[in-house]
Structures are given as structure tokens and as C-alpha cells.
Write a protein of this length. Structure first.
Length: 521
């Protein structure tokens, strides 16, 4: 009894530590409320109040809306408030810690290694903290479902091989994961390969149960894809996207940008390394982990769980560099590697612990402290704080949002045009009293994607208004271009600056962005 209590007390303390750190980051206002999080909140609000049933994130053919439905459920308790969505993410992160602990226990069969794995995840690197603190498109759900798939896969090749309910659960988790985020296909392919290898197709009738559950729970994806010209399939694999970036460049991006972000050596939003002297030591440490994972010291360490994790890593590398995900520099699509890295790290340390227990504990403390210091540095350097914004031009906090909303409401500027990162956050925070269609560019080179204006109702409301304002953010080049275009069309206007926002208002006549012409000079 005492041993069981100590075991439960240990992992519950780790879970509490992970949640306390998140409370600290949120209480310190270290996570700006941005456009992606606002879209999830608006979708949740529209699900509850307007009966909308979105399949995907507004303006996208991927990133399923599970996040929005969960947030809508929380809104029934909290109301449509930012904290509602963040409570959902905290709950998902707590579940992720528990599942990593359970998966590590199944892989290693060792309590200390399971606890070490959970601790490494709980005290998150800047990358993991950034994409699990707020709702930005299904990353938290994907991590939970993916880890559940791995854990169920190991159970399926063990005591649960003939339990149809377990196969049903596996298929359901796989279906939800596939719909939620395309990168989750890594988990699905890994599980299928491992089960086929271990089971030798002996339980094939139960495969049909899993397949039926998969199709049922991923049906929103399939229905949308078949009714929209296979747009969802192209979002996962589009040769026109990957073809423009050579394989060597994608591999270099993985090694020089993605991997350092995964290891906590750089912030996801900046290419430069942080804590450079310590980063060198951290790289050496994790190189040791990687070598150990590929070539374990003892042959008996090559357990089924070990092999499953290696399969997952291999499948990830193939799919990552061969798909659209390989051209992303933030590191967010490397999140499926967090659990394998944590577990292999714990196993590496457990191997050292057999002969040098103090060294193993010291290395564990170092790995956890490196994660903590990186996340704390990001939280302290606010702005930008823990942000998902890779481009400096889109990094700004929320201190001027209320002033902007007040200014627009006072001057009948409730309708108009802006960019993605302004439109949705201002719509959410104004209770949708201010609607600015996202039809202005936010990139420095003035490249614009119509997907940014993905919510058709906002476009209709802005176009139907007899007046319009234009709101830009930290974009002097666009401001100058707007002045030039207004003047060429004989449109008089007034302008003012509020924090990062530049507002063109009191236009002498209504003019739409399309009337002003293209944005590229």
C-alpha cells in the first residue's frame, strides 16, 4: 500500500508541477491572445450561439474543428471568454502528461524512467509550452490522441489482442487524430506497420472493427474532401508545395531549425540559438540519447515499445521531409517527436543510473532545468512572450486592443478591412461589434492569401457597410501604399496610430481593397 501511494504521489506531483507552471505563464500574461486563438474562440461561440457546424479551421481545408467543439463545451461553463479555451488546453496537457507516463511505463517497464519521461514533458521546452498553452489549431488534441494511439498499439500486441473494444478505441482515436491535424498520420502509419509486423494479420477480422471506427470518427474529413475537389488531401500532400523546396533544403531546415526548436535550443519564432554555451552541452547530451536509442547498450533493451518508438521516428522523418510540413520553420510539426524523445532520454538516463545513480539524477535535473530556463526566458521577454508568430511584423501584445476598439466604436468604424492577425482578435474581444474583413496583407513582401479572409460572413458584413475603415499593424510599407492608392482614387481620409495599429478612417467614400488593386508593388 505504501509503495502504491508513493507511486501515485510521484506522478501526481509531476502533473501538478506541469499545471502550476502553466498557471504561472498565463498569470504573467506571457502568452498574447492572437488571431489563431481568436478564430478557435469565434468558432466555439458560433457553434453555441448560431448552430454552426464547421469541419475545419476557418479558411482552411485541414486542421479539424475538434478544438473549437471542445472550447464550445467549456464556454457553457465559463461563457465566451479567453480563459475558457485556455482551460481546455490545460486539461489536454494534463492528459498528455498522464499518457506519456503510461506509455513510458509500458515501453520501459520501469517506474523511474516513466516518472522521468513525464517530468521532461511537464517542464516543457519553449516549443511544447507555446503550442499547448493556447488553442491554435489542434496541437494539444493531436498530442493526446497520438500518444493514446501508441499506448493502445502496444496493448493490442499484448493482453488486448482479442478485445474488440480495444480495437474500436484504437480506430476511434486514429480517426479523430487524422481529422484534427494532418501530421497525425505519423501515428497512424506507425501503429499500422507495427501491428502488421507483430500480429502477422492473425487478428484481421478485428482490423475491420478498427477501420470502421476510423472511418466513422474521421468522416468529417472524408466528406469535406470528396465534396471540395480533394482539397484536404492536397493540404497533407501537395507536390506543388514540396516540389518548390529541394529535399536538401528540407533536410537542412529539419536539422538546423526544427531539431534545435525540439531540443529547446531556440525559440520557435526566432532562428538564432538561445543560451549558446548551454545549448552546446544540450546538443551533446541529446546526441548521446539518439545514439543510445538507435543502438541500445544491451540487446534485452530492444523491447516492443522501443521498436514502436523507433518506427514512429522513422515514419515521421520520411513523411516530414516528403510533405508540406517539411517547409515549416517553426518546429511545431516536430511535436510528435516530443514523447519519443522524452522516453528515450529517460531510458538513456536509466541505463546510466544502473552504475552511476547520482550522475543520472544530475543529468535529468539539467535537462529539465534547460527546458524551464528557456520557457522562462521567453515569458520574461514579453513582448513577444510565448508566441506562435514567426514573423516580427506580426508580433505585438494586447495592450492596445481595448483602445483600438473604443476608438473605432466612437467614430462609427465598426466595419472595414484589416489583416488576419487583427481581424479575428478584435472581432472576438469586441464581442463582434467590430468586424474587419481580413483582406489586407500582413507580410513584409505584401504577399496576400485569400484564405486569410476565410469566414465569409465577415466579408459580407464589411462589403455591405456604407462606410469602411482600414486598420494595419506594424506595416509602414503598406501604410504608404494605402495613402498612395487612396490619393490616386481621390479618396480623402484621416489617420491615427494606436500602439501597433495604424487606422485610416473618415474616408470620403467607401472603397474596398479590390478597388485599390493588388498589393504587390
Amino acid at each position: 500500500m505504501a509503495t502504491a501511494l508513493r507511486r501515485h504521489a510521484s506522478w501526481m506531483a509531476i502533473l501538478a508541477l506541469g499545471l502550476v507552471l502553466r498557471v504561472v505563464w498565463l498569470a504573467a500574461d506571457a502568452v498574447p491572445f492572437n488571431g489563431d486563438e481568436a478564430v478557435v474562440g469565434l468558432m466555439a461561440k458560433h457553434i453555441l450561439q448560431d448552430g454552426e457546424r464547421p469541419t475545419f479551421f476557418y479558411g482552411q481545408d485541414y486542421s479539424g474543428s475538434l478544438d473549437a467543439y471542445l472550447t464550445a463545451g467549456m464556454y457553457t461553463l465559463t461563457g465566451p471568454r479567453v480563459i475558457g479555451g485556455r482551460l481546455v488546453q490545460m486539461a489536454l496537457f494534463a492528459l498528455y502528461i498522464v499518457l506519456v507516463y503510461a506509455l513510458a511505463g509500458r515501453v520501459t517497464g520501469d517506474l523511474w524512467a516513466a516518472q522521468a519521461s513525464a517530468l521532461i514533458v511537464a517542464v516543457s521546452s519553449p516549443l511544447l509550452a507555446t503550442y499547448t498553452l493556447v488553442s491554435v489549431g489542434g496541437y494539444g488534441e493531436s498530442l493526446v490522441l497520438g500518444t493514446l494511439i501508441l499506448w493502445l498499439t502496444l496493448r493490442m500486441t499484448d493482453a488486448w489482442a482479442n478485445r474488440w473494444l480495444a480495437w474500436l478505441a484504437l480506430g476511434a482515436a486514429a480517426g479523430l487524430a487524422f481529422w484534427t491535424l494532418g501530421i497525425s498520420v505519423v501515428y497512424l502509419v506507425s501503429a499500422a506497420l507495427f501491428i502488421a509486423w507483430r500480429d502477422r494479420f492473425r487478428c484481421w477480422p478485428l482490423y475491420l472493427v478498427a477501420l470502421a471506427a476510423f472511418m466513422a470518427f474521421s468522416s468529417p474529413w472524408w466528406i469535406y474532401d470528396f465534396t471540395h475537389g480533394h482539397a484536404s488531401l492536397r493540404a497533407i500532400y501537395d507536390p506543388s508545395v514540396t516540389g518548390g523546396v529541394p529535399l536538401g533544403d528540407r533536410l537542412a531546415g529539419f536539422l538546423l531549425l526544427g531539431l534545435p526548436a525540439l531540443l529547446g535550443m531556440r525559440f520557435p519564432w526566432e532562428p538564432s540559438l538561445i543560451l549558446v554555451p548551454l545549448a552546446v552541452l544540450t546538443l551533446a547530451f541529446y546526441l548521446g540519447v539518439i545514439v543510445f536509442a538507435v543502438r541500445p547498450v544491451r540487446s534485452e533493451d530492444r523491447t516492443n515499445g522501443w521498436k514502436l518508438l523507433l518506427i514512429q521516428v522513422g515514419v515521421f522523418l520520411v513523411l516530414f521531409v516528403g510533405s508540406r510540413f517539411g517547409v515549416d520553420a517553426t518546429g511545431r510539426y516536430l511535436l510528435p517527436l516530443v514523447a519519443p524523445l522524452a522516453i528515450f532520454t529517460a531510458m538513456f538516463l536509466q541505463n546510466i543510473r544502473r552504475s552511476h545513480p547520482r550522475v543520472a539524477v544530475a543529468l535529468l535535473i539539467y535537462a529539465v532545468a534547460f527546458n524551464f530556463v528557456g520557457a522562462a526566458m521567453a515569458a520574461w521577454q514579453n513582448p513577444p512572450g510565448l508566441t506562435t508568430q514567426f514573423g516580427p511584423i506580426t508580433r505585438f501584445d494586447n495592450r492596445s486592443d481595448a483602445a483600438l476598439i473604443s476608438f473605432l466604436l466612437d467614430r462609427s468604424g465598426e466595419r472595414g478591412y484589416s489583416n488576419y492577425w487583427v481581424t479575428y482578435r478584435i472581432a472576438y474581444q469586441s464581442g463582434e461589434r467590430v468586424i474587419l474583413a481580413a483582406r489586407l496583407p500582413f507580410k513584409e513582401d505584401l504577399v496576400y492569401s485569400p484564405r486569410d479572409a476565410g469566414y465569409a460572413l465577415y466579408n459580407q458584413m464589411a462589403d455591405a457597410s456604407p462606410t469602411a475603415v482600414y486598420v494595419t499593424s506594424q506595416h509602414p510599407r503598406l501604410d504608404a501604399l494605402l495613402r498612395e492608392r487612396f490619393a490616386l482614387r481621390g479618396v480623402a481620409f484621416r489617420e491615427t496610430q494606436i500602439g501597433p495599429y495604424h487606422i485610416f478612417y473618415d474616408l470620403s467614400r467607401k472603397v474596398t481593397p479590390e478597388e485599390l488593386g493588388g498589393w504587390r508593388e
